[in-house]
Design a protein around this ligand. Structure first.
Ligand SMILES: Nc1ncnc2c1ncn2[C@@H]1O[C@H](COP(=O)(O)OP(=O)(O)OP(=O)(O)O)[C@@H](O)[C@H]1O
Ligand SMILES: [Mg+2]
Length: 469
């Protein structure tokens, strides 16, 4: 994200993250530094720019303490291409080595979108004019040439009296068009339907070629190649003007931007400011056992990951992307495996280790109340849509946090995720009763007593809480 056209400073990044994530200051700080370092490197003037490699980060923390949430938020904050993958997906059956490269392809896809959106913004005005013209032509087709037939028209005289004036067809047509242009601009005709021709890419229908013998990159290229050779079909569709405006904007702005330029810029953006978040990396950390089975493929995935993290060239359908300066952030709970179970080469590529703290009851209280997307706020919004107001007393929130913490200790520690299950058990009946029993304009106050009544029996009964909470 940018403020007044400049990138955020580390402190500003942390402040942004603070709006959504409670605690975890160490992780936030390191992420903020890494993000800012991308910008710093790009502003290095000398040759050393190319030598500065990103300090990849490994986030270690129990389940449900905010690892993925941090990733999600930096995706929004950084004005950089960002993609998130689950490392475990590469150990699935049917995995072939080069699939790992798909993360770079995804990143490139994001980058293209970013650059395209920016470029579209610059041609927006022009595209809007063109779209207006097309819609107008569909409504009132222009008459060409100088027709000589005169038609009576009405025009106001200077003194306000109407006089009859002879207008040519062309003039009449022009006048009508101007009137409608005004209406289109004011969105008065948005519900009216017009016919627009939409281009649909020629379908190649070669999804099956190769049958696993061919890797994804070549597959995509092949499909595109064949797709481009097929004639583009235009299809006529009847849509409302509102919808037509969207479809046409898409088409007209695409015509106005230079795709080669977009590709070039997007490659540079992905290479220099791209961020790849590899979640669940502990799932590919084998114990180094010699046995067969999943461990082999886990280490295999690490080996495949290595060149990408170390820097290699990956071909995408937009061109070759070099991964040397892409920032990688990996995260994992490391309950079973330890970071040292990763192959040494890979460990070395994640020099910054940050540990996320286990969440305390006090954190739970804050998580329930403070983040912009806090659970209590989410439920309030849900009830509000039915015009029912719901309020949580401070004591009730404390009690919810207390119970969630207790169950985490007793049953299984799933971190802040426990708050989701506890709150939904607490509020389910109310959600069911609105609006049939509890109608609009009602006000519900959640008190400590209510929380106790609803949840105490569940919390005290280990078996029950195992299943329900
Ligand atoms: N520190 C925190 N502040 C605010 N919300 C949090 C925090 N930690 C977790 N949450 C909330 O808990 C939920 C789960 O968190 P998240 O997905 O980040 O877990 P995780 O650390 O990635 O766990 P896992 O290892 O299981 O993937 C999210 O809805 C998130 O909003
Ligand atoms: Mg996660």
């Amino acid at each position: 994200m940018e403020i007044e056209g400049r990138t955020l400073t580390p402190r500003e990044i942390v402040k942004e993250l603070d709006k959504y994530i409670i605690g975890q200051n160490d992780a936030k700080k390191n992420v903020a530094i890494a993000l800012r370092n991308r910008w710093r490197r790009m502003n290095v003037k000398s040759d050393i720019q190319n030598e500065i490699i990103p300090n990849n980060i490994l986030m270690i923390g129990a389940t449900g303490v905010g690892k993925t949430e941090i990733a999600r938020r930096i995706a929004k904050i950084s004005d950089a291409p960002f993609t998130k993958v689950e490392a475990s997906k590469f150990t699935e059956v049917g995995y072939v080595g080069r699939d790992v490269e798909s993360m770079v392809r995804d990143l490139m896809e994001q980058s293209i979108n970013l650059v395209k959106t920016k470029k579209k913004e610059t041609v927006k005005e022009k595209a809007e004019q063109m779209v207006e013209e097309i819609i107008l032509d569909a409504l009132i087709p222009p008459i060409k040439g100088n027709a000589t037939v005169f038609k009576p028209g009405i025009e106001n005289n200077t003194d306000g009296t109407e006089i009859e004036k002879q207008l040519t067809d062309v003039e009449l047509n022009e006048k009508t068009r101007e009137r409608f242009r005004e209406k289109i601009r004011n969105k008065e005709l948005d519900d009216r339907k017009i016919e627009v021709s939409v281009k649909t890419p020629g379908n190649s229908g070669v999804g099956m070629i190769g049958g696993g013998m061919i890797d994804e990159a070549s597959m995509i290229n092949l499909q595109e190649m064949i797709g481009n050779m097929m004639p583009k079909k235009t299809k006529k569709r009847k849509v409302t003007i509102e919808e037509a405006r969207k479809i046409l904007m898409e088409e007209e702005s695409a015509k106005l931007i230079d795709m080669d330029e977009v590709k070039e810029e997007a490659i540079s953006k992905a290479e220099n400011s791209g961020i790849i978040f590899i979640d669940e990396i502990d799932k590919i950390a084998g114990k180094g056992s010699k046995g067969s089975g999943p461990d082999v493929s886990r280490e295999g995935v690490q080996r495949d990951l290595l060149p990408i993290v170390e820097g290699s060239a990956v071909s995408t359908k937009y061109g070759v992307v070099k991964t040397d300066h892409i920032l990688f952030i990996a995260a994992g709970a490391f309950h079973v495996a330890k970071p040292s179970d990763l192959i040494p080469e890979l460990q070395g590529r994640f020099p910054i280790r940050v540990e996320l703290d286990n969440l305390t009851k006090a954190d739970f209280i804050r998580i329930l109340k403070e983040p912009k997307n806090a659970l209590t706020k989410q439920y309030q919004a849900l009830f509000e849509s039915e015009e029912v107001e719901i309020e949580f007393t401070d004591e009730s929130i404390e009690d919810i946090a207390e119970k969630a913490f207790h169950i985490n200790e007793e049953v299984e520690n799933i971190g802040a995720r426990r708050l989701h299950t506890v709150l939904s058990s607490l509020l389910n009946d109310l959600l069911y009763d609105v609006p049939d029993v509890i109608g609009a304009n009602a006000k519900i106050v959640i008190t400590k007593e209510m929380v106790d009544e609803k949840l105490s029996s569940l919390v005290q009964n280990r078996d029950l809480s195992q299943y329900i909470l």
